[in-house]
Design a protein around this ligand. Sequence first.
Ligand code: UGC
Ligand code: NI
Length: 163
Amino acid sequence: MTDIVIEPLTLDAFAPFGDVLEASGPPDRLINQGLCGRFHDRARLDFGKGRAGISVFDAEPRALPYRLDMVERHPLGSQAFLPMTQHPFLVIVAEGRDSTPGRVRAFLTAPSQGINLLRNTWHGVLTPLHAPGLFAVVDRIGEGANLEEFRFPEPPTIYGSLG
Ligand SMILES: NC(=O)N[C@@H](O)C(=O)O
Ligand code: NI
């Protein structure tokens, strides 16, 4: 598989894979006596017959260039990663919904951006680039097999700057 160059994360580029969560542009609503901008209902959450859960991940930072051994997906629900620091992180996804992932894309978030992965989106596991790799994760809690993995026979390498 050809190697991958990191792209900046934009709403349009990421839309087929999920949502970008950020406070940019004018808020949808001003609340709290006008002292807070609410960017309302910005993620396509999906938990099927399960329920939403919030977990905290403390993930080891990875170095670049990064060898991508595998991707995974969650057929029963969406998964959101909301950083608890200002550090940018690497978001790795792959095109397509078949049992074999398509073209791999790698995005670098801007500080204060989070992401929500749509159900069944092929993705690399949470990939911080700086310590601490602290994230709140909103995903499905419930019965059923919600993890499918794909290991690359020839793992690609992801290149780019640390941001
Ligand atoms: N396994 C787990 O909870 N996390 C992964 O799904 C991930 O995408 O990091
Ligand atoms: Ni996942």
